[in-house]
Write a protein that binds this ligand. Sequence first.
Ligand SMILES: Nc1nc2c(c(=O)[nH]1)N[C@@H](CN(C=O)c1ccc(C(=O)N[C@@H](CCC(=O)O)C(=O)O)cc1)CN2
Length: 286
Amino acid sequence: MSDEDQNKVIDGRAVAKKVEAEVKAGVEELKSEKGITPGLATILVGDDPASKMYVRLKHKACDRVGIYAEDHPLPESTTQEELLDLIKTLNAREDIHGILLQLPLPGQLNEQEAMNAIDPAKDADGFHPFNMGQLLIGIEELVPCTPKGVIRALEEYNIDIQGKHAVIVGHSNVVGKPMAAMLVNRNATVSVCHVFTEDTSKFTKEADILVVATGVKHLIKEDMVKEGAVIFDVGISEENGKVYGDVDFENVIKKAALVTPVPGGVGPMTISILMQHVLMAAQKTA
Ligand SMILES: Nc1nc2c(c(=O)[nH]1)N[C@@H](CN(C=O)c1ccc(C(=O)N[C@@H](CCC(=O)O)C(=O)O)cc1)CN2
């Protein structure tokens, strides 16, 4: 990669490091002034290797910032009742301020019902309907971590959002929909594309800010982006032990003003925002 292109890489690890430093300072203050150690409980159902790795990364981040973390691994065969029972127990624990249910869940489990059972005040992921509803009316407290990480990166890189055309590819509850709400809350003009969009490239070519979250390797090519666009690649797919994003990074970077790499872009930012949420939830109990 040329030096010029190197300067266009959004360093997600550096953004995450900055967020983590802030969280660490907040955790120390809460411990020394109120005697409260923020606590996160993670729930991992089954043996999916990627999910296991993400939970491990979250526990390592907790260690770095001083958050207490405990994992609740459940077998693949877990019933809805068993999962809800565990969530109920964790909701009642005073030393646990954040609960994270690692997704996806095995097919027999009802994901939405499980997320609805998490106390909204402990909803570290921001997926509870109460927190999603708050986001929609412009109250951003516990909101989904990945889109919040994207917003933080836009701030860190001094990118104006107001009046810009932001295009999101993917309309999931985890990324696409909350990302749209956060950008609208900041007065962007937002288009959301998805599998039923007739001509996605018609939209992506017009995007000042492009967020792609589909899980389709290298879906976004150089001829699909606008010169000078700021691009966030949220997708991760694996092929022969190598991870790929949704953006054809090597070629797209020639045209973009800024772009996130995979790995080292949005992923680390997501985890640092999760740490921020556990701290926020603990601070509210003080
Ligand atoms: N309960 C949740 N489940 C899932 C979420 C989520 O936010 N909450 N998001 C994804 C997975 N995810 C976090 O859980 C996640 C994915 C990727 C990364 C990350 O840091 N990736 C590294 C690359 C790692 C690799 O080599 O594969 C990177 O991008 O640098 C962190 C978190 C689905 N489930």
